[in-house]
Design a protein around this ligand. Structure first.
Ligand code: ADP
Length: 470
């Protein structure tokens, strides 16, 4: 018998976190915010944190796929005008035991996550006023739910402008009772360009001023947003909070994005048999109606089609490049039209799919040789990381998280925002692709072998939580 004494560790209380987001993949996703909210909490739970998620119960959430039980009926939420009544459902983040509290109210019953198209004025985003009302309400409701469940979080983890109001609301609530007296707030900025603005409010600015700590999603973007060029008019208040501002690079769900186990692609592969990737290119060319040619370079782009993403750099003269292009995305009509017209004019070379399609996205990550992200600015960017995970070589503008993730060992980058620079960089990449297969393979393998998981970033978030709990 083993006589060694078993040391009994005193049970350390778990850190309790309520994680609030307007998107959580796979339940409801539009872009990278959804990816992060659907995967970071898993890694944090793995570190022993009692983390729970709060999400609006959008009409688009598939109730059959994600069954939810009602846990609260008719809870009154105090708002500026009069009380509103919500029901609360609980489901688990798929594949985990992490509770997701779904807040049901007619505000969220439509089939869209965001109620109106984004208004884009001079390159700056703003939201329809309706969305400001919806998410301020969601923020208040999340606090009411925590209280009703008697869940006193150490940290309210707020994401983007939608839930930033919580940082201010908590301060007001603390003047009334002490339920949240020990609760601190962390505001993660996934994109400074979306601020939640109307005549009298700027939700993100309020959040930045009120949150206990702030972080953004890459070290470079954390520095860039202190400048006029990238600060989106918030650089002054961000500078005030500089000592509380951190940059933590996003990870991805390496279980979901894994070419070795991905059921959405035609041929699974890994770094051990990368030659099998070619079958995915051929399947994609066939599906898109492009000429079947395993030796032809295929350039992919998957993106929200908005001003930020640098789409106006892609022009007709790109038809002179010796490669095929596939574009997948939705967004502003002008960019949708621009990409569609390229595909109409050069159908054997350009393919444009204007829709949101997770399966096709995986097929493009797996089938492409080069993955484009010519963004004007990019807080982190997940596309280039997912691309590397699938052995596609990223070609990016050197800004924000793109600068932090893509160097000459894994891909190609250009600095100046111009179509000519992008064209030249693609041309350079194509020369390597056609003339130096060995070097190309090296780029792919270097990308594939990196650790893109949440392990490291989750520890960095834990450090911030601990700082707040002190
Ligand atoms: P952003 O957060 O600005 O949208 P990211 O690169 O951080 O950009 O994340 C984008 C995420 O959304 C990636 O997972 C990308 O594959 C996905 N995505 C974007 N557009 C589409 C689309 N039309 N269909 C499928 N997935 C998409």
């Amino acid at each position: 018998m083993d006589k060694r004494k078993i040391k009994i560790m005193p049970n350390k209380p778990k850190i309790k976190v309520l994680f609030l987001s307007a998107e959580v993949a796979p339940l409801a996703k539009v872009g990278g915010l959804g990816d992060v909210a659907g995967s970071l909490p898993k890694a944090l739970a793995g570190l022993g944190i009692d983390i729970r998620i709060c999400l609006p119960f959008y009409g688009l959430i598939d109730k059959r796929k994600y069954p939810a039980e009602k846990i609260i009926s008719r809870l009154a939420v105090t708002t500026g005008d009069k009380d509103k009544i919500i029901d609360v459902y609980k489901t688990n983040l798929p594949g985990t035991k992490i509770p997701v509290y779904l807040i049901e109210h007619k505000f969220f019953s439509s089939s869209e996550i965001y109620s109106g198209p984004r208004l884009i004025l001079n390159g700056k985003y703003t939201r329809q006023p309706d969305d400001l009302k919806r998410f301020a309400f969601f923020s208040r409701a999340a606090l009411a739910v925590a209280k009703k469940l008697n869940f006193k979080p150490d940290v309210m983890h707020l994401n983007d402008w939608h839930t930033a109001p919580v940082a201010g609301f908590i301060k007001t609530l603390n003047q009334q009772d002490n339920f949240f007296a020990k609760t601190k707030t962390l505001l993660t900025i996934h994109n400074l360009a979306n601020q939640g603005i109307n005549k009298n409010n700027n939700y993100l600015a309020d959040g930045i001023l009120n949150a206990d700590l702030i972080n953004t999603v890459s070290p470079t973007y954390a520095k860039e947003i202190l400048t006029k060029e990238y600060g989106a008019n918030l650089e002054k208040i961000l500078k005030k909070r500089k000592k509380d501002l951190y940059g933590i690079l996003n990870g991805i769900d390496t279980g979901f994005f894994n070419p070795a186990t991905d059921n959405l692609i035609s041929q699974k592969y890994s770094f051990k048999n990368l030659e099998k990737k070619t079958a995915n290119k051929l399947a994609l060319q066939k599906q898109l109606g492009l000429p079947l040619d395993k030796n032809m370079a295929l350039v992919g782009l998957i993106s929200r089609l908005v001003w930020q993403k640098g789409l106006n750099l892609i022009t007709e003269n790109f038809s002179q490049l010796n490669c095929q292009f596939v574009f997948l995305g939705t967004g502003q009509k002008e960019y949708e039209q621009q990409l569609l017209s390229l595909s109409k004019k050069f159908p054997r070379q350009f393919s444009a799919l204007i829709k949101f399609d997770e399966k096709l996205a995986h097929q493009i990550y797996a089938g492409a040789d080069i993955f484009l992200m010519p963004s004007r600015f990019e807080p982190c960017g997940l596309g280039q990381i997912i691309a590397m995970r699938y052995g596609s070589v990223p070609l990016v503008r050197k800004t924000g998280g793109l600068a932090d993730t893509v160097n000459h060992k894994v891909g190609f980058a250009f600095k100046k925002y111009s179509g000519q620079e992008l064209y030249k960089t693609i041309d350079k990449a194509l020369t390597v692709f056609y003339k130096n297969k060995k070097f190309w393979r090296r780029l792919q393998l270097n990308g594939l072998k990196q650790d893109f998981s949440w392990n490291k970033p989750a520890h960095e978030y834990l450090k911030l939580y601990k700082k707040l709990k002190k």
